[in-house]
Design a protein around this ligand. Structure first.
Ligand code: NAP
Length: 246
């Protein structure tokens, strides 16, 4: 097995995913990502990463597309295989459940939860082949554990993700593959841009640290969990939320 570590981060076209990939490339990882559309951030990451960066259009939640993407990423990485998977791609929709269309709930669960399961399944053979262990990190949300008005389906998808984390940690532990959830609070990205300024202010006021977590804050935890220093941490849901859940 070569010394280079290749990590798949889903949903790298903006927000937390793009920030993580930039940090991982700077740390010397090879990184591949997928998203439904190409973006300015993907062009920037291609310039930064050169031969260490791979992007392919793929829709997480569609099993055939997930399998094709992971196969292409594995072939691209060659003997580096796949060391880590960060299940980051996700969508959020808000609405009171009584009037929330069933189709929207189904789409959300399909992407956020089923998509993460599909990705973990497709990456598992690569991870299991390694002798140096591996990493799966699920980007969950504090809303998975706490709930939030108007976010039932989203909350359920993230709670499901945390269940996936615990079960897979047991299943893969003997092979030194760790599985953890990283649960951010509110981070200023396109996803949280639907919050109104008063809602945002209320969240900041309730946060012990008096500020939102940043993309960099989330990346620092992902960086640590991917490192050898975190080899004994598995099956955990770790919050990066400025203390709002305490
Ligand atoms: P974002 O800015 O909306 O970015 C989401 C990313 O996921 C984009 O790259 C998007 O690209 C991709 N994506 C969405 N659906 C996809 C699909 N079916 N297949 C492939 N890619 C898909 O969101 P973010 O704030 O960075 O969120 C990243 C993760 O953190 C999500 O799982 C989210 O639930 C979680 N999170 C965010 C916050 C927050 O406050 N921002 C808080 C807690 C947890 P395309 O649209 O081009 O496909």
């Amino acid at each position: 097995m070569s010394g280079r570590r290749h990590v798949i981060v889903t949903g790298g076209s903006r927000g937390l995913g793009a920030a993580m990939i930039e940090g991982l490339l700077a740390d010397g990882y090879r990184v591949s990502t997928c998203s439904r559309s190409k973006s300015a951030a993907i062009d920037k990451l291609s310039d930064l990463g050169g031969d260490d960066f791979f992007w392919q259009s793929a829709q997480v939640g569609e099993a055939d597309q997930v399998d094709a993407f992971v196969k292409a990423a594995g072939e691209w990485a060659g003997e580096d295989g796949i060391y880590g998977l960060v299940n980051n791609a996700g969508v959020a929709r808000t609405g009171i459940l009584a009037s929330f269309p069933n189709i929207e709930s189904e789409k959300l669960i399909q992407i956020n939860l089923i998509g993460a399961i599909q990705m973990a399944r497709a990456c598992s053979p690569y991870l299991l082949k390694r002798e140096d262990g591996g990493r799966i990190i699920n980007i969950s949300s504090i809303i998975g554990a706490r709930g939030y008005n108007g976010m039932s389906a989203y909350s359920a998808s993230k709670a499901g993700m945390d269940g996936l984390t615990r079960a897979l940690a047991r299943e893969l532990g003997r092979r030194q593959i760790t599985v953890n959830s990283v649960s951010p609070g509110y981070v200023a990205t396109e996803m949280s841009s639907t919050l109104t300024p008063p809602q945002m202010m209320q969240i900041v006021n309730r946060t012990p640290l008096g500020r939102l977590a940043t993309e960099q804050d989330v990346f620092e935890l992902v960086r640590f969990l991917l490192s050898d220093k975190a080899a004994s941490i598995t099956g955990q849901v770790i919050l990066v939320d400025g203390g709002i859940s305490c």
